[in-house]
Design a protein around this ligand. Structure first.
Ligand code: ATP
Ligand code: MG
Length: 205
């Protein structure tokens, strides 16, 4: 992972942003595939604060944070950051990347990992130009969405094929709300956390 640039050691850090309501194996497989492909030293999962593009209510940040910690616990290269949930106001990726850059220091390359659906929306993000200067973007395949970088600046994005995981947090929430199981869609600890806290039981959608 660590590369020498001149006499300076550069660390390569993956950034996986998401609502993680709940975190599922689609997120984990995507992060791990990109980490292997790019020789990343670490992938940091960053649960959003108040998501500005979601109309529906999301679970409390602390629940989403704890589920993300439980899901990533067994992998020494996976970390979880509180930068977005500790910042007040809506989450913008430009702020996430600025905060992480500050935290990791100058000799760091950031690789922001997004699924095909999220990659489609990047140009609508706040300060899109600065966003591209702060991180290299890695778009990953996701069942049901076409992966394309034709709308994005040249050389700012790499596309990576990952094992197809037809899992979404929305489907997990709906399953719990309708009394169905979510075993093997999310890590065991997350299944148990959701049951223990009674999350998603009364979800309408
Ligand atoms: P929701 O249904 O609530 O939108 P989600 O499953 O899409 O949840 P998010 O937290 O919105 O999960 O996604 C975080 C990031 O992970 C996004 O970049 C998204 O594209 C990506 N992602 C989510 N699920 C998958 C999957 N099954 N395969 C590949 N990428 C995924
Ligand atoms: Mg989503």
């Amino acid at each position: 992972g660590y590369r020498l640039r001149g006499s300076v050691t550069v660390q390569r850090i993956g950034v996986m942003g998401g609502t993680f309501d709940p975190i599922h194996h689609g997120h984990l497989v995507a992060a791990n595939e990109v980490a292997e492909r790019y020789g990343l030293d670490e992938v940091v999962f960053v649960p959003t604060g108040q998501p500005w593009q979601k109309d529906t209510a999301v679970s409390p940040a602390e629940d989403r944070y704890l589920m993300t910690v439980l899901a990533t616990l067994s992998n020494p290269r996976f970390q979880v950051s509180r930068v977005d949930i500790d910042r007040s106001g809506p989450t913008y990726t430009v702020d996430t990347l600025r905060d992480l850059r500050r935290g990791y220091g100058p000799n760091t390359e950031l690789f922001f990992i997004t699924g095909a659906d999220a990659l489609d929306k990047i140009l609508s993000w706040k300060d899109a130009d600065e966003v591209f200067s702060l991180a290299h973007f890695v778009g990953v395949t996701r069942p049901g969405f076409a992966l394309s970088d034709s709308h994005l600046p040249a050389n700012s994005v790499s596309l990576v094929q990952v094992p197809a995981m037809a899992i979404s947090s929305t489907d997990c929430r709906m399953r719990v709300a309708t009394g169905k199981h979510i075993w093997y869609l999310v890590p065991d600890g997350v299944v148990q956390y959701i049951a223990k806290q009674g999350l998603y039981r009364h979800q309408v959608q």
